[in-house]
Design a protein. Structure first.
Length: 419
């Protein structure tokens, strides 16, 4: 060690720093004095004992001191150590204990141009990366996500949940996110991750093609698809979503109120039967109330229930009420329900048969219909030269000159010969 002194260590929750041997450790308020005296000493122990729950990356405080070749590097479980030389990422170390030599620092040796067996102190930044799972991260939709539902049409959905994240590529994390930040925490990346979650939520729900009312049964499958989509993009920055959870998917309050109304109608079922049931309960409650108001209410509800049970067949027609009402209370026909009633369709009157009269033997016979004329022809009373007349004819005319009558002569049999 420089000046022939041996370096010791101060162990703290944030890491390990040096102090010269023989220097009395001061109180917490005198740390600056200690750091001033250890400047120029060599670092021979590099480690990090994390006492936080949200630190992802922590930079070892070197205080411009050089690292001794042969120093001890301790990387605990759920940690990784990365050396950075003048802004360039060098060697990375998984959990274990290492004695720093050129043999186990190939990248640093190349960057520094060290020869084999190089044994001089060197300067480098050491970053410890926490690779455990960070499980206290939450996400939620600030604004509803608009989707199309087969049953309800366009709907707005809100969702929230939690997720766990861990570092899988420490070097990529340093290059892409942490940079030279001496203490990179989860709060610095949570907003970025939350925005990515929201961007994947809508497409994942739409791709599931699940009705809104059945989303609760598919939350795990949808969460898995969102996690896979996120990991495809996050792997390039060295982060992985190890667990993704959807705690709740809901609709805005006004939509919930409308759905509650619909649920109530479904529970009630037959509204008519439900009304009768409520009326019966009201009658029972009124019967238990012995006051005059209770009796009046019971009588009124009983009459109403009786009328409802009797059915519409015993209700008089509106026309009967109108006929029984006094003249001054009868409604004018301009009321909509009477104007809309069409008059009943009546059949037309039957056609009247022709009435024929016959002049025979100086007498007027008739009237006869066409069948009666046929009988007169058969009896010999009506001959071709017999005069006939009906309404609409100007005068008596021989039967042979009237087409309607002359046609009957061919259809009627001649009179029987005398016996």
């Amino acid at each position: 060690m420089a000046g022939g002194r041996r370096a010791g260590v101060i162990r703290g929750g944030a890491g390990t720093v040096l102090w010269p041997a023989g220097t009395r450790q001061r109180d917490e308020g005198s740390d600056v004095g200690i750091f001033d005296k250890i400047r120029g000493e060599f670092i021979d122990i590099i480690e990090w004992t994390d006492d936080s729950r949200d630190t992802i990356v922590w930079r070892f405080p070197r205080y411009d001191n050089e690292i001794k070749m042969g120093a001890k590097l301790t990387v605990r479980e759920s940690q990784a150590a990365v050396f950075v030389n003048e802004g360039q990422v060098a060697d990375a170390y998984p959990p274990g204990m290492y004695t720093l030599q050129t043999q186990n620092m190939p990248i640093m040796s190349t960057l520094k141009g060290w020869k084999y067996g190089f044994n001089s102190p060197f300067k480098a930044e050491v970053y410890f990366v926490n690779t455990r799972q960070f499980t206290d991260l939450k996400w939620g939709t600030q604004n509803p996500v608009i989707l199309r539902d087969a049953e309800f049409g366009m709907v707005r959905l809100r969702a929230f949940g939690g997720y766990a994240v861990r570092v899988v590529e420490p070097v990529a994390l340093l290059k892409e996110l942490a940079g030279t930040d001496p203490q990179f925490r989860t709060e610095e990346v949570s907003d970025y991750l939350r925005s990515m979650v929201i961007s994947k939520l809508g497409p994942a729900i739409a791709a599931a093609q699940v009705p809104m009312l059945d989303l609760v049964t598919q939350q795990d499958q949808i969460a898995g698809k969102i996690a896979n989509a996120l990991n495809l993009e996050l792997r390039e920055v060295g982060i992985e979503i190890s667990k993704f959870m959807i705690e709740n998917i809901s609709v805005p309050p006004e939509v919930e109120a409308a759905m509650d109304k619909r649920t109530q109608m479904g529970v009630v079922g037959d509204l008519d039967q439900y009304t009768k049931f409520q009326s019966a309960n009201a009658i029972e409650a009124a019967a238990n109330n012995q006051g005059g108001a209770g009796e009046g209410l019971g009588i009124g509800l009983g009459m109403a229930l009786g009328q409802r049970a009797a059915g519409p067949q015993q209700q008089p027609a509106p026309q009967q009420y109108q006929q029984q009402a006094p003249q001054q209370y009868q409604q004018a026909p301009q009321q909509p329900q009477y104007q809309q009633q069409a008059p009943p369709q009546m059949p037309p009157p039957l056609p009247q048969s022709e009435q024929w009269f016959v002049g025979a033997n100086g007498q007027q016979l008739g009237p006869f219909d066409r069948a009666g004329l046929g009988q007169q022809i058969s009896s010999g009373t009506l001959a071709r030269d017999t005069l006939v007349w009906k309404a609409g004819m100007a005068q008596w005319t021989p039967a042979a000159q009237v087409p309607e009558v002359s046609a009957l002569f061919g259809a009627a049999p001649p009179p029987l010969p005398p016996s």
